[in-house]
Design a protein around this ligand. Structure first.
Ligand code: PGA
Length: 254
């Protein structure tokens, strides 16, 4: 990464942890990371643990994240969680368009875009996830896929709101598989995404954007990833579940 962008390390706890388990891990992170000033740090517990974790994180530099949000503010949407409810729970950042949402639950670019615009209009920061499947990589359409997902996900988002958006490049074949993109391969896609952003928002805005890498980020590969010019942070799944593995990722530069 380059100096003008602040490293942003985020943990996505997915469908793991009861409220009690979430409190235990968040309490350790809150203590150990209380002095971190030079990085942006976030954890996204499941919805049912948000209120409890908010209380633990209060007064610490760790931001509270949500893993998804509805595309509407209220209404007859059984099982959905409104951004307004997330605001009430103390959430600052919402992860949208995660590949598990796209591929298991059929979220389209149009739906992700509605969610992105609503979350931004409600004052949240957003992490917009993009990334190709193994088949897409093998057939050589990685750039086309990430360009479409980035441009469609951000359709209608103005330059001012863009400052509250982080892009997470997460190749689907690297998520939870232990296979990760080489730092060079990942950086090439990050650079390409920055170019896509520059087309819509100009060079200056695109240089200011944080682009995280996600997909089997571990304590032993984070350093090499963060050395790359266009990799500004990480969205971490499995390794964010335990302080023993998440702390060394956040503190990769120690
Ligand atoms: P992983 O997940 O670190 O377990 O590969 C990353 C993600 O899905 O955000």
């Amino acid at each position: 990464m380059i100096g003008m962008r602040k490293p942003f390390i985020a943990g996505n706890w997915k469908m793991y942890k009861t409220a009690g388990e979430a409190i235990s891990v968040a309490t350790i992170l809150a203590t150990e990371l209380s002095g971190e000033k030079d990085k942006k740090i976030m954890i996204a517990p499941p919805f049912t643990a948000l209120h409890a974790v908010r209380d633990v994180l209060e007064g610490t530099p760790i931001l509270l994240g949500a893993q998804n949000a509805a595309s509407e503010l209220e209404g007859a949407h059984t099982g959905e969680v409104s951004p307004r409810m997330l605001m009430d729970a103390g959430v600052a950042v919402i992860i949208l368009g995660h590949s598990e949402r796209r591929h298991i639950y059929g979220e389209t670019d149009a739906l992700v875009n509605r969610k992105v615009r609503l979350a931004l209009s409600e004052g949240f920061e957003v992490i917009l996830c993009v990334g190709e499947t193994l088949e897409e990589r093998q057939t050589g359409v990685t750039e086309k896929v990430v360009e479409t997902q980035t441009a469609a996900g951000l359709a209608g988002v103005g330059e001012k709101e863009l400052s509250r958006v982080t892009i997470a490049y997460e190749p689907v074949w690297a998520i939870g598989t232990g296979k990760n993109a080489t730092p060079q391969d990942a950086d090439a896609v990050h650079k390409f995404i920055r170019g896509v952003l520059a087309k819509s928002y100009g060079e200056k805005a695109s240089q200011a954007m944080t682009i995280q890498y996600g997909g089997s980020v571990k304590p032993d590969n984070i350093k090499d990833l963060m050395k790359m010019e266009n990799i500004d942070g990480a969205l971490v799944g499995g390794a964010s579940l335990k302080p023993e593995t998440f702390l060394p990722i956040v503190q990769y530069d120690r």
